[in-house]
Design a protein around this ligand. Sequence first.
Ligand code: ATP
Length: 342
Amino acid sequence: MPAIDIEGVAMRFGDVDALKNVSLHVPEGAFVTLLGPSGCGKTTLLNIIAGFLAPSRGRVLFDRQDVTGIRPEARDTAMCFQSYALFPHLSVQDNIAFGPRQKRVPKTEVSARVGDLIRQMGLAPHAAKLPNALSGGQQQRVALARALAVAPGVVLFDEPLSNLDAKLRDQVRGEIRDLQRRVGFTAVYVTHDQAEALAMSDTVFLLNGGVIEQSGSPREIYFRPRTRFVADFIGAANLQDGAIAGGAMQTPFGPIPVDAADAARRTICWRPEVVRLSDVGALSGRVAHVAFQGGWLDLFVTAGDQTLRLQVPGTHDIPDGAEIRFDVARDAVVVLEDEPHA
Ligand code: ATP
């Protein structure tokens, strides 16, 4: 299981800078995601790690060995795509056996590996079927088993779950993570789905316009976003602009406590669920709209010209139009690094 290092990688297509000086480290056996909006460069970076693309500048290292000039087949990687790319004329077991046979792995070893994977992926009843006789989720499992059959040290995933419906996606997500821990490989997973990245990753690398905007554990990225882009891209956020004085930002709802020096104009960010309802809360507003979500309520609360989104347990019964008081804890409020919007 190699560790991966990307050192100063840039990629230019004509006059498009798809990646600009990207560096990152993936520890051996880690599960990391490359997350970001369409066009931010995540697939380009994955293809550079796989060796399908040569970077315009920079190096790729596996276990500190430079592999930048090494062709894809000679790298210790396997790829798992969204468009399963299964061979339609081969059975499930022959699809899975394809890679190791190509690599001239001895026959008994191939059938042992294929048998193991078929069992682990719950594909035993389907082993002799052709891919078009399988559901999307089953095809995705075959694609994953096929990638793992060559016993790669690194598995590269390119939005593998985007063709599955939401419920199945959650399930296969868990299976991939579980398998990664059991089998042991270093995983680099491309997605534009922030929920997927938060649920699966040891580390999230959030890309924006060909650079890494922020990296960190899912918790860090979610609760401690550094910029407006990160705060907006991940989850729901309350973003408020204003002056900071005496450890608080004055807002139409009241003073929001912040751990920051006085400043004429900054942007603060806090997540809807950090709020605490309290009859003696320092903040107040009017509930313009309530959306019952089962486990929780989304409250859209207004004061002056601002609207906040609050999330409270679904057991609360709050009507539209209610006046509420609430608190937000100082350590739940982040002051963003970038300038407030004009
Ligand atoms: P998506 O989620 O839409 O796949 P992405 O984050 O994976 O987006 P990339 O596919 O890496 O983004 O593309 C990054 C930028 O590079 C985009 O502006 C894209 O148009 C451009 N690009 C990618 N591949 C090529 C290519 N072969 N030729 C020209 N431009 C390219």
